[in-house]
Design a protein around this ligand. Structure first.
Ligand code: ZN
Length: 557
């Protein structure tokens, strides 16, 4: 009996878990009170990540009401000059969290709690995790206003759904929001690669092919792609990537596709579909697309194959998608791309390989490999490139001299590389020194004569010095003009070498909130309505190397 109860309990527990992950039976209400128009969808291809939510248009303005899509409680509030800017996370009873980013303002209890925390911490940037009873919202309750804060280039709502437990991002368009879309994806190009048996591309063996739209779907010139025999390598195969995007009925901007599959001689060889993506895996986009083609030509080819290391959850086939063909072979290729409303586009062509000798791969001696850790330790350098860091083998190119360099700055990496450079006798405090990767500052620590840092890039590393603090200059007022009519005062903030670590405003010695927008590099102060007459305004800014700058002036309000 006890066992049966345990068994029943575990079935209940399991099904609960499963339903939390896949429950899309609940009818959520829209997060906005205006009609939902998409400007970007889930899984779109962005630099170093997939788009983890949906962007909804807000009529080009800030201040649209944001409402809870379902009852729940505010589980997280964050305010940052970067990323999501001002953002709210709501946990719902069914195990789903909804996220609303780039807000312009918070309302009611949320606003009060943020202001109190900023005042207590004397900091604009806050991260608050209220308890489940602190801020409870009803379905449809207005808790914030839409905006353009953080990494956002125009007013919009960045909206996400996440599995509360795992924080994996889920495709909101699979949860029944009211979206009209009757336009199928558009296929713009294809690229064929020679691959190793692990799905790595063989250098110099790829071919771009133009795609044209015909009466019965997409095809290529002559309906056939012919590859020379030396495109094939012993044990290796062929992979294909597609440049593809989607449109939808209510707007002109292109969006991303939902999924695609590849058929070879009518058998499905590969498929992908963006239902969910975890945050730790999202950077694997660098392997999902042809990274070099994107960085050089700004064209995004999505591979219909993957490397052995690429375990992104978007692939719904176990194989790598490699087409095994030898000289004289011919295959019928069909590629289908579709959106969440199942509008489809199809590309069909024949793939032929000419008779002749195979390509012979040169031995790779001095290479860094995805499935191997590389480390080096001597008096000039300590470096560790962990297993799983690289997407494909790359030449090591290790150079140790006045500048240390390894690999190429153009190579993408998945995991942080640990690097240590010695800091010999110095006449300045050690905090003034930092490690630069390809001339860019990276957060650096010092201990026992070594600077150490974690960096997500290969290339050249060096020790640099920063002795100058950030500079500040008035942006929306001049010193001679009366400022009594201004609701906000703003200053341009510039930090040349490293990064800004703190910024505070004082009036007659009392701390006031100074907000920071990193995308325009400016700080601003909302002038309190009661502030009148002459006061001393002082702003202290600091950078990460402990350099301080002070801007001070007597101002008449
Ligand atoms: Zn977004």
């Amino acid at each position: 009996m006890k066992q049966l109860i345990l068994y029943l309990f575990s079935i209940l527990f399991l099904s609960n878990l499963l339903s939390a992950q896949t429950d899309n039976s609940i009818k959520y209400r829209a997060p906005l009170e205006i009609p939902l128009i998409i400007s970007a969808n889930f899984g779109e291809l962005r630099p170093n990540h997939f788009h983890m939510g949906v962007d909804f248009k807000t009529n080009g303005v800030e201040g649209q009401k944001l409402v809870a899509i379902e009852r729940g409680y505010v589980s997280r509030i964050s305010v940052s000059p970067n990323g999501y800017g001002k953002a709210i996370y709501i946990n719902h009873p069914n195990g789903i969290t909804s996220v609303y980013a780039h807000c312009s303002a918070f309302l009611g209890k949320i606003d009060a709690l943020v202001k109190l925390t900023q005042e207590q911490n004397k900091n604009f940037e806050v991260e608050i995790f209220p308890s489940s009873t602190d801020i409870v919202l009803t379905k449809g309750e207005n808790f914030a206003l839409s905006g353009n804060t953080g990494h956002s280039t125009a007013p919009h709502l960045h909206f996400e759904l996440r599995d509360t437990k795992t924080e994996t991002a889920l495709n909101p368009l699979k949860f029944g929001f009211d979206i009209v879309d009757e336009i199928p994806p558009e296929i713009l190009g294809l690229k064929i690669y020679s691959l190793t048996e692990r799905g790595y591309r063989i250098k110099g063996k790829s071919k771009n092919i133009a795609v044209k739209k015909g009466k019965y779907g997409y095809t290529i010139g002559g309906n056939t792609a012919i590859l020379s025999s030396d495109f094939c390598t012993e044990n290796g195969g062929i992979g294909i990537a597609f440049e593809v995007l989607d449109h939808h009925s209510k707007a002109t901007n292109p969006i991303g596709i939902y999924g695609s599959y590849l058929l070879v001689n009518k058998d499905t060889l590969f498929g992908n579909k963006v239902d969910s993506i975890s945050f730790p895996s999202t950077r694997y986009i660098n392997s999902h697309i042809d990274y070099e083609e994107n960085s050089v030509n700004k064209r995004k080819y999505q591979k219909s194959f993957r490397t052995a290391e690429n375990n992104l959850s978007i692939y719904n086939r176990s194989g790598l998608g490699i087409i095994y063909m030898t000289p004289k072979d011919s295959s019928e290729i069909t590629y289908v791309a579709y959106d969440t409303k199942n509008n489809k586009s199809q590309l069909k062509f024949k793939l032929k390989i000419s008779p002749g000798p195979l390509n012979v791969i040169q031995q790779k001696n001095d290479f860094l490999f995805p499935d191997k850790t590389f480390s080096q330790k001597n008096e000039l350098l300590e470096i560790k490139i962990p297993e799983g860091c690289l997407y494909e083998p790359v030449p090591k190119n290790l150079q140790i001299g006045s500048l240390v360099s390894i690999g190429s700055a153009a190579t993408p990496v998945q995991l942080p590389i640990q690097i240590k450079l010695p800091l010999k006798s110095t006449n300045l405090p050690t905090e003034k020194y930092y490690i630069a990767a390809n001339s860019k500052y990276i957060p650096t620590k010092f201990s026992d004569g070594w600077l150490s840092a974690e960096v997500k890039s290969l290339g050249a590393f060096s020790v640099q010095l920063d002795t100058v603090g950030p500079s500040l200059s008035p942006l929306n007022f001049t010193i001679n003009e009366p400022i009594s009519a201004k609701k906000t005062l703003s200053w341009k903030i510039t930090e040349n070498k490293t990064a800004i670590s703190d910024y505070d405003l004082y009036i007659d010695g009392k701390w006031y909130l100074l907000e920071f927008e990193s995308k325009g590099s400016y700080v601003f102060f909302r002038v309190p309505t009661g502030l009148k007459n002459k006061h001393t305004v002082k702003i202290i800014t600091k950078d990460v190397c402990g350099n301080e700058s002070i801007w001070e002036m007597d101002m008449s309000f």
